[in-house]
Design a protein around this ligand. Structure first.
Ligand code: HEM
Length: 266
């Protein structure tokens, strides 16, 4: 059975109300806030998510299918064909340590927007008004180091291996491709998208428009390659995640979607 997608009106936005559920993902939260996905965040089928992501942000259906399947598989009811947004809060499934805008699982709340964490990440952009690969890459890497240190100080278990590394690069590549082109996106839009202040939405009123080119594997690989290349600490990171060489790190991270044996979800 095919399910119709509600007509997209990017100007429609409403904060989640009582009983509505949300996730650690700014994108699927924004789609629910815009009522492109159900506003209550519940009962989302794979087909609904793929259609919504294709129509709203021009995400290639192969990538969207993998994300959406990861969402459905996070439902604690394994016989279900839908997921609620809060199901994906499940730690070390898609959700992982070192998020750019959320605190880590060991510190309590791993899914609400966290201003302190996000501001610390944005601080790496200094006075810039737009992103670029060098700063985006640095902000990502330094967030990992800060998270690692915080876990060490608190004596908590920290998880950052190949899977988390792939997802972390992938998420930075996603926001850059969603909000800009060739790594350049207005930081104002980045803030609005992630939820600062208090909103997770597509910055339509500020001039954002759905990307003209699809966000597909080719674009993601190109972006991730640029992010890895711009990372001054790529050799340390390669060692840290246990792949040994920079080339191995690049190969693994560029596998973002393609290598189910390494990463079956994002
Ligand atoms: C059904 C589709 C999707 C699901 C189930 C999903 C799920 C998730 C989850 C669980 C996280 C948390 C990872 C973490 O701990 O940092 C996450 C993060 C993220 N997602 Fe999604 N996602 C989906 C689609 C997308 C799309 C299409 C985009 C962008 C175009 C996107 C952008 C992001 C970004 C930028 C983050 C990082 C947030 C942060 O680090 O604070 N997601 N996603």
């Amino acid at each position: 059975m095919t399910e119709a997608l509600p007509e997209i009106d990017y100007t429609k936005w409403q904060a989640p109300g009582e009983g509505d559920v949300r996730s650690p993902c700014p994108m699927i939260n924004a789609l629910a806030n815009h009522s492109i996905l159900p506003h209550n965040g519940k009962g989302i089928t794979k087909e609904m998510a793929v259609k919504a992501l294709g129509a709203a942000i021009h995400l290639d259906s192969n990538i969207a299918s993998i994300f959406a399947a990861g969402g459905v598989a996070a439902n604690p009811d394994h016989s279900a064909h839908t997921f609620d947004l809060n199901h994906v809060n499940k730690h070390n499934w898609i959700e992982h340590d070192c998020s750019l805008s959320r605190d880590d699982f060991a510190f309590g709340d791993n899914w609400h927007f966290n201003k302190e964490v996000f501001d610390s990440v944005m601080a790496h952009y200094g006075t810039a008004e737009k992103t670029d690969f060098a700063h985006a890459s640095k902000a990502r890497y330094l967030r990992i180091q800060a998270s690692k240190e915080a876990h060490k100080r608190a004596g908590k278990e920290f998880t950052y291996g190949i899977k988390e590394c792939i997802m972390s690069y992938g998420e930075t590549a996603l926001y850059l491709n969603l909000l800009g082109k060739d790594g350049v996106a207005p930081l104002k839009w980045v803030r609005i998208f992630f939820g600062s202040p208090e909103e997770e939405r597509l910055p339509f009123a500020e001039g954002w428009r759905k990307p003209a080119q699809p966000i597909n594997q080719t674009l993601m690989n190109k972006t991730i390659f640029s992010l890895v290349s711009a990372n001054e600490h790529k050799a340390e990171e390669a060692t840290e995640v246990g792949v040994g060489t920079i080339q191995a790190l690049k190969t693994v991270v560029e596998s973002f979607i393609k290598v189910p044996s390494i990463c079956t979800v994002m």
